[in-house]
Design a protein. Structure first.
Ligand code: C5P
Length: 317
């Protein structure tokens, strides 16, 4: 095969707890991550020259080394120089549907697709856990994007414990096109404002991260209790992002007051807000109601649903 077309789904955070500082400068987290149907398409093609080329339909997405998909290809070329020499360079075409800098892991899932795709293109035979390990050097969310589905994520977010898949929840996403939140800014601001309440003792840090496994939201996931999940949604980063972005707070409040919404929250470091529903019909109705309540063309709204997979091959030639 000389080319692969891959589906790279976005994620939402059903739970995000910041526990403390890590020696590597990151934060120790306890999260529940969930793949959703909103996805980018990544096309990978071997090219005869030994370089990496990125194309993207979205004008804000860089095509140079600052693009995580580029860095994923570079990592594979560095790790597997013989395969790179044998198969040549790679052309990566990103068809972007996932909003950028939105808290939906759009960049991370593109990088995950490049790792999965090059593994196939160069016939490397790497296992999923080997791909996740490589992915963790690119970004904290990349391993989850490789695996997908529903999972508890601890450590930086790269240590995954799969949970039974949730495929029956409908999701409406709201994102202001022109609003972007830097993940690094959100964590830095959180540390400045709430760092004095972090757990410092390393044993307690581990115990707190492990506690998520027996927490009420995980129990609701295990029971497939959609209402229970929706009531226990939590994201510590809302404490810094919502006060800084009043539009996002307002969007969250509009969702919260609509009938049929089981629960609403910001995803990751935002600014995307999501709401959960039992049916597609309810989700579509609330999308229309939010569109009427907020007459701003900058607000993008999507209906999607939870899905059970990460990166998937759509076709190969
Ligand atoms: O891992 P990733 O590159 O996606 O993280 C982006 C930024 O978010 C990091 O540079 C760091 O500032 C912050 N972060 C953190 N703790 C984590 C994950 C991310 O402080 N566990």
């Amino acid at each position: 095969m000389h080319s692969y077309s891959l589906i790279a789904p976005a994620k939402i955070n059903l739970y995000l707890e910041i526990i403390g500082n890590r020696a590597d400068g990151y934060h120790e987290l306890a999260m529940i991550l969930q793949s959703i149907g909103l996805a980018d398409q990544i096309d990978l093609r071997s090219i005869s020259i030994d370089s990496i080329r990125v194309h993207c339909n979205h004008p804000q997405v860089p095509t140079d080394k600052s693009n995580l998909a580029y860095r994923a290809a570079e990592l594979m070329a560095r790790q597997f120089p013989e395969a790179f020499a044998k198969y040549g360079g790679v052309e990566i075409t990103v068809n972007k549907q996932i909003p950028v800098a939105a808290g939906l892991a759009g960049g991370s899932t593109n990088a995950a697709a490049v790792l999965v795709g090059i593994n196939l293109l160069w016939k490397l035979g790497l296992t999923q856990s080997e791909l996740e390990e490589l992915g963790s050097t690119l970004g904290s969310d990349v391993p989850f994007c490789v695996a997908g589905g529903t999972a508890i994520a601890t450590g930086r977010g790269e240590q995954l414990s799969p949970l039974p898949s949730l495929d029956n929840i409908y999701v409406v996403l709201g994102k202001y096109r022109s609003l972007e939140v830097s993940t690094a800014w959100a964590y830095k601001t959180y540390r400045e404002q709430f760092g004095n309440s972090y757990i410092r003792d390393s044993d307690n840090l581990v115990a707190r991260a492990n506690a998520v496994h027996s927490g009420t939201i995980v129990k609701a996931v295990l029971d497939k209790d959609v209402g229970g999940i929706a009531q226990k949604l939590h994201n510590d980063l809302e404490r810094v992002v919502l006060p800084a972005y009043p539009q996002v707070l307002q969007l969250r409040e509009v969702f919260a007051n609509k009938e049929g919404v089981l629960g609403t929250m910001m995803s990751g470091s935002g600014p995307t807000v999501f709401a959960l529903f039992e049916s597609q019909q309810q989700a579509e109705l609330v999308l229309l109601q939010v569109r009427e309540a907020i007459l701003d063309q900058d607000l993008e709204l999507f209906v999607t649903r939870t899905i059970t997979h990460g990166i998937k091959v759509a076709s190969s030639v």
